[in-house]
Ligand binder design. Structure first.
Ligand SMILES: Nc1ncnc2c1ncn2[C@@H]1O[C@H](COP(=O)(O)OP(=O)(O)OP(=O)(O)O)[C@@H](O)[C@H]1O
Ligand SMILES: [Mg+2]
Length: 366
């Protein structure tokens, strides 16, 4: 096991980068604590695999240092890093049995046959693969094959961390759920640090102790699922975390205050903000979960007409159009009692309403 530190770590695949935009991973400082589960989350091409491959040693970084337990491993080869990596598609020997697949990494390290037998049995039990040990690997389903890939990493007792690069992509949704739970269980039992790459926010939220959100090679925010949900540091995190995304409502800076025509909200300008500044964009960020639809207009801050109702099982997502044309989404459990065209009063819980200036979190609107 190891604590992993990224110190001003960045990478450009170009030999002569001209500027920030030439970096697949813009220099970042991050610490991955020993024994926790992490998710690297972001859209395609944002640099997730690049970061993972730098940690495993497959890609030597062009900038900065990588430390395992305070030791500089930036130039240490992959084979000496004790990292297990699981890829999008299972990497297994399909002609070998499950047992032979699991034993192979240990045979390569010259472990004794009796010790190999013991480790393979332990890992097979951990992964619920005991019954399949003597089956040819090719006969197993996609999720079982991914378990073997994982097992080939787990059998080694010297593993510092397990890196998983979209390992659930090839698996159907029900199996995905079970495999994700299995991964968490293995983390609890073995205490191994796990870093899961995904572009699925719900997968990241349900798997990780901490999530690192990336966009265009830049780490946008790193924190617990709760922190990313309740305090998104910018509009991208507000959009990418949560389903549906955070509502962003434009606010107009007037003399000494911020207000919006969309809803009846007037707030004193935060002290540091210049009055009459028409360059910056001011927005209120509010989660659909924090919008309450009420019958009485009198104790609400605006009204909206329902233009769409989506059923998500217990919850529903209701889209409201305000008289100004602004669209707001609200999450509710009363959606089954609602009809298109109904008008409701809108209330927001002020402590959950956040002020964004030019897309960056400034303060609460409370
Ligand atoms: N070997 C390479 N040589 C040159 N450019 C590369 C190489 N690998 C990746 N890139 C570029 O670096 C950027 C980041 O790629 P990366 O594969 O790290 O993204 P990702 O977040 O893993 O994407 P995905 O979700 O599609 O797997 C992309 O612009 C990609 O085209
Ligand atoms: Mg990738």
């Amino acid at each position: 096991m190891a604590k992993i530190v990224l110190e001003n770590l960045g990478h450009s695949y170009l030999s002569n980068p001209k500027g920030e935009h030439d970096f697949a991973l813009k220099p970042v400082n991050l610490t991955w604590e020993d024994g926790k589960t992490y998710a690297l989350l972001g859209p395609s091409g944002c640099g997730k695999t690049t970061m993972l491959n730098i940690i495993s040693g497959l890609v030597p970084p062009s900038h900065g240092r990588l430390l395992f337990d305070d030791q500089d491993v930036t130039s240490v080869p992959t084979s000496a890093r004790n990292i297990a990596q699981v890829f999008q598609f299972p990497v297994i020997y399909s002609t070998k049995t499950v047992r032979q697949n699991l034993a192979f990494p240990l045979e390569c390290r010259g472990m004794t046959p009796s010790k190999i037998k013991q480790r393979v049995a332990e890992v097979a039990t951990l992964l619920d693969l005991d019954y399949a040990l003597d089956m040819p690997a090719r006969k197993l389903s996609a999720d079982q094959k991914q378990l073997i890939s994982l097992g080939r990493g787990l059998v080694r007792e010297d593993v510092s961390a397990i890196l998983l690069d979209e390992p659930l992509t090839v698996i159907d949704p029900q199996m995905k759920f079970m495999l994700r739970r299995k991964l968490r269980e293995i983390n609890r039992q073995t205490g191994m640090t796990m870093i899961l790459v995904t572009h699925d926010q719900s997968e990241a939220m349900s798997f990780a102790d901490e999530i690192v959100v990336m966009k265009d090679g830049l780490v946008q925010q790193s924190g617990t699922p709760e922190e990313l949900f309740s305090q998104p540091q910018n509009d991208f995190v507000g959009y990418f975390i949560g389903s549906p995304p955070m509502n962003m409502i434009t606010l107009e800076p007037n003399l000494g205050s911020l207000s919006t025509e969309a809803i009846n909200l007037t707030k004193p300008l935060p002290a540091a903000m210049p009055v009459g500044n028409n360059v910056s964009i001011y927005q209120m960020g509010i989660r659909p979960e924090h919008i309450v639809m009420v019958d009485k207009e009198s104790d609400s801050i605006g009204k909206g007409t329902i233009i769409k109702i989506e059923h998500l099982g217990v919850d529903g997502v209701v889209t409201l159009k305000l008289p100004t044309g602004v669209i707001i989404k609200a999450k509710t459990r009363k959606h089954t009692e609602m009809t298109l065209g109904d008008t409701f009063g809108i209330r927001v819980c002020k402590k959950n309403a956040l002020l964004y200036i030019d897309g960056t979190l400034s303060s609460s609107l409370n």
